[in-house]
Design a protein around this ligand. Structure first.
Ligand SMILES: [Zn+2]
Length: 285
């Protein structure tokens, strides 16, 4: 079986969530006990990935003190978790430019710790991806350092229904400035702007040479018909991801099977399921 990279998985410490958020997650996840077990036990999660046919997974959280509850400590937790297998678990870190003394130093610190990419979650972090053009200069510093170090930045695009999320920041077009001002920075638009702004995401990925699309949280069976009918045109810049255990994402293996049943040429499937992500995240010796 050809290997798969799931670039977008949320394995995280539930104990650090705000109580209301934890309650929300618990209510929306019938298999919460299993999710909790995987978050506490990396080898158990790696076995789950084996069963799903996943070689590597991006482990993602974001610093969001106001909405989610996570502080910069989340990065240390993620690195510790991924140390169970740095070959298979790709650690995504997060810097909130309004909660650090120096965003550049923090990006450096994360890179030294083994963080491979940064996650920005504008609707949960409560600033726009281009807020550096309107006074948040620490955000420009973050992008500059990430660009210099070759760390991809994944930006959440698309609506969030978490209590307190502000969807005014969820629009993909806000990331256009980022690609204009930091042309060598690899930017991954998570979720392709679902469910309101897929056309914006598609335009941006075609416009900017270093902009990519992650299809996580989009039901695979609807991907071509309802979301991205012209997906094949950007097959070199699309990354497979599930967003597991996001609401509505029951099982990683099931999502892969559904993706594989789509009428896409085998070469495009391979690029999306593995090769594009393998190029962005080369295996480290
Ligand atoms: Zn996500």
């Amino acid at each position: 079986m050809a290997p798969v990279i799931d670039i977008h998985v949320h394995i995280q410490p539930h104990g650090m969530l705000k109580p209301a958020v934890l309650e929300f997650v618990r209510r929306n996840r019938l298999d919460f006990a299993q999710v909790e077990r995987f978050c506490a036990d990396p080898p158990a999660f790696l076995k789950y990935l084996d069963r799903a046919g996943v070689e590597r997974a991006g482990i993602i959280s974001s610093v969001s003190p106001e909405v989610i509850g996570y502080t910069a400590e989340i990065n240390d937790w993620t690195v510790r978790y991924c140390s169970a297998s740095t070959a298979r678990l790709i650690a995504f870190g997060s810097v909130h430019p309004q909660y650090v003394a120096n965003a550049g130093d923090e990006v450096d610190r994360l890179a030294k710790m083994g963080i491979r990419a940064l996650k920005l979650h504008p609707p949960h972090q409560l600033f726009a991806p281009n807020a550096y053009r309107h006074g948040l200069s620490a955000l420009a510093t973050l992008y500059e350092r990430a660009q210099a170090l070759g760390l991809p930045v994944m930006i959440h695009t698309g609506t969030s229904i978490f209590p307190g999320a502000r969807n005014i920041y969820a629009q993909p077009m806000l990331a256009d400035d980022v690609a204009v001002d930091f042309p060598e920075l690899v930017v991954i638009l998570a979720h392709g702007g679902r469910p309101l702004w897929m056309d914006e995401a598609f335009f941006l990925v075609r416009r900017h040479k270093n902009m990519y699309l992650d299809i996580s949280s989009i039901p695979p069976q609807k991907l071509l018909l309802d979301y991205f009918p012209r997906l094949e045109e950007i097959a070199d810049k699309v990354l497979f991801g599930t967003d597991w255990p996001g609401f509505g994402v029951r099982d990683v293996g099931e999502n892969i099977a559904r993706f594989k049943s789509l009428p896409l040429p085998p070469l495009s499937q391979r690029k999306i399921l593995y090769e594009n992500a393998a190029r962005l995240f080369p295996l480290r010796k």
